[in-house]
Design a protein around this ligand. Structure first.
Ligand code: M6R
Length: 625
């Protein structure tokens, strides 16, 4: 939530800051603003709404400043109005601050500051920060090169909560001070210039050399580099690392929206994930290669998965695979619930955290809490934790020693699509490998299912190439519906949930996913001819059951859309409209079944004229609780 970016160097700062914000808008887009320092003054421009509004205001600004900070906001404290937009400043317009996160003790701090004569102009938690820094600066007797750093250091030690901040000050034009506590912040290095941002994607067109600050670290950025310190004031030695990402990854490449591009990238993503984990010429061992993850296998008696949103849905598919294929009892938890009501600790539990961004606050907090519980209960015992993430350089990547990298490439659309497909592949590989190692799947059966898995990319391509137009027409017909019900059973129940979430978040149409057999226990009362029912009817153990459940809905005059095999006459009889998918083993069917649902949601939202990549109220990376 919220994106921050900063620049100090030899170039004019404003265009770099604006480009950075445009890359970070996926993190929030309620308002935007920037502050630059030049000729001994701080220059502040802010605008409510999307970045385009800030750009308009900047058109008349003739800024040659070579240092500045900027922010795109996802509102937490205070409405998305200009006065609540960042940067926030002290009472004399000498210090400007952008923040991503929440200062939990802001009320107490504000009371003290007001009692000391500070006047507040916003409703935000952030505004206490520039006032505190200004107070410390006013009392400082330190030499000039240390004063701002020390004032920020004293301030961050007064703050409680999760935050990342960047600070500039009118009297310190040669530096930006940044600090991180439980919210992401990277420093990027160029030739005679240094950047900071909430995410590397903001800076890819300028640099590939990054340093991720850890919790409790701060840095003084100058055009010559970065000095890193702990919040205790100790100087730290940290080295940047180089990414090999192409700036093209963050371009639309001819697609109307990032979401559509990312849906179309799925065949390549699944292929890449498989290629990197399948051993081409296996010997006696497993044909799968999951690196250090296999070190965890011997002690696993049960598994618990924590995640949010779409990653939670991937976890549900994972549970089905881990239980039904590998025979390991598995539970799936919303991270936001787990962190306040965790189940009793049991030895032999593997905890899996799933987060594409690796920065979701609830997931990180749940995992940190569980690591702590295990360390207290079993001091010295190796931790059984596994992360599944698309961003190895993220906070999750640094928190957990064992990782499966989903390798989907950067996902910009707020609605997760290709990263979901990649998370599913990660669970397939994990469950199949565990099943093989535990004797639940013999070599022939494993090779057979892997052969089918390798067909999936071309099967997704078939859907994209032959079905997109028909789905777009159907979407046009449904663009004004008010409610949609999604039904699935077994391994495809999570896909019903995922289809409903995709529709809700980008089209604002109410949608719910139900296990098909549960309909008759209540939700069937919702049905009438105005409510489309999208049913996942994939051949396998529950195929006939699902068709019967669909018939029950049809008997209530619901408009039935099926996702199922084109070559089954029964399916054509049951459904008013069929979205055909290739037939493959039931276990693998979620990988193809989700694609028509992604396209349907996308085209409905596009026909409604909505901002598909940046739906209202949402942010791609939810870094606040
Ligand atoms: O980065 P994460 O996978 O941890 O994100 C979790 C959810 O915030 C995310 O999946 C969200 O539900 C998406 N908007 C779904 O499309």
């Amino acid at each position: 939530m919220c994106g921050i970016v900063g620049y100090i160097g030899t170039q004019v700062a404003v265009p770099i800051l604006i480009e950075g914000l445009s890359r970070l808008e996926y993190r929030g887009y309620d308002s935007a603003g920037l502050a630059t320092v030049s000729q001994g003054d701080l220059h502040l421009v802010r605008a409510p709404g999307k970045l385009v509004n800030l750009r308009e205001k900047l058109a008349s600004l003739d800024s040659t400043a070579r240092v500045g900070i900027a922010h795109t906001r996802w509102a937490t404290h205070g409405k998305p109005e200009e006065r609540n937009a960042h940067p926030h400043i002290d009472g004399h317009t000498r210090v400007a601050v952008v923040q991503n996160g929440i200062v939990e003790n802001h009320r107490v701090l504000r009371e003290h500051l007001e009692a000391a004569g500070c006047t507040f102009t916003s409703d935000t938690d952030t505004e206490v920060i520039p006032h505190l820094i200004a107070q410390h600066l006013a009392q400082s007797t330190l030499p000039r090169y240390m004063a701002l750093l020390e004032a920020v250091r004293q301030t961050v030690n007064q703050l409680q909560g999760a935050f990342a901040i960047a600070v500039v000050a009118a009297d310190y034009p040669d530096e930006i001070i940044v600090a991180r506590q439980q919210a992401p912040l990277v420093v990027g290095f160029g030739q005679g210039e240094v950047f900071c941002a909430s995410d590397t994607t903001a800076l890819l067109s300028h640099t590939q050399a990054f340093l991720s600050l850890e919790n409790g670290e701060m840095a003084r950025l100058t055009p010559l580099g970065a000095e890193v310190y702990s919040f205790a004031g100790e100087r730290l030695t940290r080295y940047p690392r180089t990414l090999d990402w192409s700036p093209a990854l963050v371009e639309k490449q001819g697609f109307r929206h990032f979401m559509l591009k990312e849906i179309y990238e799925q065949p390549g993503v699944v292929r890449a994930c498989l290629e990197s984990h399948l051993i081409q010429e296996p010997t006696d061992g497993s044909p799968l290669c999951l690196g250090t993850v296999t070190e965890l296998y011997p002690t696993i008696e049960r598994i618990q998965i924590v995640a949010c949103g779409t990653s939670w849905h991937a976890g549900l598919v994972g549970r089905h695979l881990l239980e039904q294929v590998a025979g390991i009892p598995t539970t799936v938890h919303y991270a936001s619930e787990f962190r306040y009501s965790p189940p009793p600790l049991q030895p032999g539990t593997l905890t899996i955290g799933v987060t594409q961004s690796g920065e979701t606050a609830d997931t990180l907090a749940a995992l940190e809490m569980e690591v702590h519980r295990c360390q207290v209960a079993w001091p010295g015992r190796p931790l059984a934790f596994l992360g599944i993430t698309n961003r190895l350089e993220s906070s999750l990547g640094r928190l957990l020693p064992h990782l499966i990298h989903t390798q989907a490439g950067i996902e910009i659309g707020v609605a997760a699509t290709k990263t979901f497909a990649a998370q599913l592949v990660a669970f397939y590989l994990l469950a199949f490998d565990l099943a093989f190692q535990r004797g639940k799947l013999d070599r022939n059966a494993l090779q057979d299912i892997l052969n089918h898995l390798q067909q999936v990319p071309s099967q997704i391509e078939w859907i994209l190439e032959t079905q997109a137009e028909a789905i777009e027409h159907l979407a046009h017909e449904f663009r004004d519906v008010h409610n949609v019900v999604y039904l699935g059973r077994g391994i495809n129940f999570p896909i019903a949930l995922e289809g409903a979430l995709k529709l809700k978040e980008i089209s604002y149409i109410h949608a719910e996913g139900y296990p098909a057999g549960e309909m008759k226990h209540g939700p069937i009362a919702l049905l009438d001819p105005q409510v489309p029912v999208v049913t996942l009817a994939l051949p396998g153990s529950v195929f006939e059951k699902v068709l019967s459940n669909a018939q029950e809905a049809k008997a209530r005059d619901a408009r039935l859309i099926g996702v199922g095999p084109a070559d089954d006459p029964h399916v054509h009889e049951v459904f008013h409209t069929l979205l055909p998918v290739p037939t493959l083993p039931e276990l693998l069917s979620p990988l193809v079944a989700v694609v028509p649902l992604q396209l349907l949601a996308y085209y409905i939202a596009a026909h409604r004229g909505l901002d598909v990549d940046q739906p209202r109220n949402l942010a791609k990376s939810v870094t606040v609780e």
